[in-house]
Design a protein around this ligand. Structure first.
Ligand SMILES: C[S@@+](CC[C@H](N)C(=O)[O-])C[C@H]1O[C@@H](n2cnc3c(N)ncnc32)[C@H](O)[C@@H]1O
Length: 323
């Protein structure tokens, strides 16, 4: 679609201003809001983190959170022999060589798939980003994390917010959170051994065999699903990883299998399109073996309960002004 004034092609966000639309939440008025006004980011199955509206909001969150992964800088165990620039599957490795969750993604998922003043949790908590964003928005957050130093850091960083970090194995989540008490399950578990977080024997990223890694995820997520109330969503951020021969292991599919076996079916699959960054430097080399450098992650959204109740429970969205 072309902008009548500038004659330039309109972005997805601008289109909304000019296209008559029905309100998705049952209001009868025709809306003239942009997508970003209504949904924070356009609510399609591809999230484009390179867009200025995303980057601007991310900067504001980063200044609030001030967790750049520095606690894990140099503390991660060496990458495994399977890892190299070619087999690396995603580009969120920060300047400290560790992945950090995107706070805007956290905010969007919380707003779209949770509701105000709810109970949120993550059995593979890692850094402070999700807990910070969730509690900043008024929710309660419980994070289970295996590494004591990360738990100590997170507690310090989120002092004064409604967060609780527990140092334990994710498979023991039911020892800390009661069944049917939580409103939103979020997790970004290890992507097998793409990053090795510790040498601890029960660290999911420290398993020699992929099947042992999957078994930890299976038990942890099965128990976590029990903590979730009926008629609630779970969002899992994940990326596929290649095996030693270069084939994809189909990790997102295996996560879907775990959730489906526990009564949560896949409701949305969102592709998060990321900054190309240093992938551009290795693209030529990767392509010699015809591997497409991966510039996206998958966000899997599962639902537990009666889908007919979604529109009654999940109401119109409201955004905080962060500036
Ligand atoms: C991908 S990171 C978490 C994502 C988080 N948003 C981040 O970027 O830090 C995975 C986390 O799971 C933790 N972990 C690994 N195995 C675990 C286990 N069995 N129980 C609990 N946490 C575990 C790791 O220490 C790591 O911090």
């Amino acid at each position: 679609m072309i902008d009548r004034n500038t004659k330039a092609p309109m972005t997805q966000n601008q289109c909304y201003k000019h296209v008559p639309c029905v309100d998705l939440f049952g209001d009868t008025k025709i809306k003239k809001e942009t997508f970003t006004e209504s949904f924070l980011v356009p609510p399609f199955s591809v999230l484009d983190t390179k867009q200025p509206y995303w980057q601007k909001r991310k900067k504001v969150w980063k200044n609030l959170i001030l967790d750049d992964g520095s606690t894990r800088a140099g503390k991660l165990a060496k990458r495994t022999e399977n890892w190299n620039e070619e087999s690396d599957t995603y580009e969120i490795i920060s300047k400290f060589d560790v992945s950090i969750l995107d706070p805007v993604l956290s905010e969007v998922l919380l707003k779209w798939f949770a509701f105000e003043n709810c109970k949120t949790f993550d059995p593979f908590a890692g850094d402070t980003v999700f807990g910070y964003v969730s509690s900043f928005l008024g929710n309660e957050f419980t994070g289970i994390e295996l590494r004591q130093e990360q738990v100590d850091f997170n507690k310090e960083k989120t002092k004064g917010l409604n967060t609780k970090y527990i140092c334990d194995d994710a498979v023991n989540v039911l020892n800390h959170i009661k069944e049917n008490t939580q409103d939103f399950l979020f997790s970004c578990p290890p992507y097998f051994n793409l990053e090795k977080y510790s040498q601890l024997p029960n660290d999911a990223s420290n398993q020699k065999e992929y099947k042992d890694f999957l078994q930890i995820l299976n038990v942890a997520f099965s128990n976590a699903i029990n903590c979730l109330k009926e008629n609630r969503f779970a969002c899992i951020v994940i990326g596929d990883v290649r095996d030693k021969k270069g084939y994809y292991r189909r990790l997102p599919h295996h996560i879907c299998d775990i959730f489906e076996a526990n009564g949560m079916k896949l409701y949305n699959e969102i592709i998060m399109f990321e900054m190309i960054g240093r992938k551009a430097l290795t693209a030529n080399r990767n392509f010699i073996t015809r591997k497409n450098p991966k510039t996206h992650q998958n966000v899997l959204v599962f639902y537990k309960g009666d889908e007919r109740r979604i529109k009654e429970i999940f109401k119109k969205l409201r955004w905080e002004n962060l500036n």
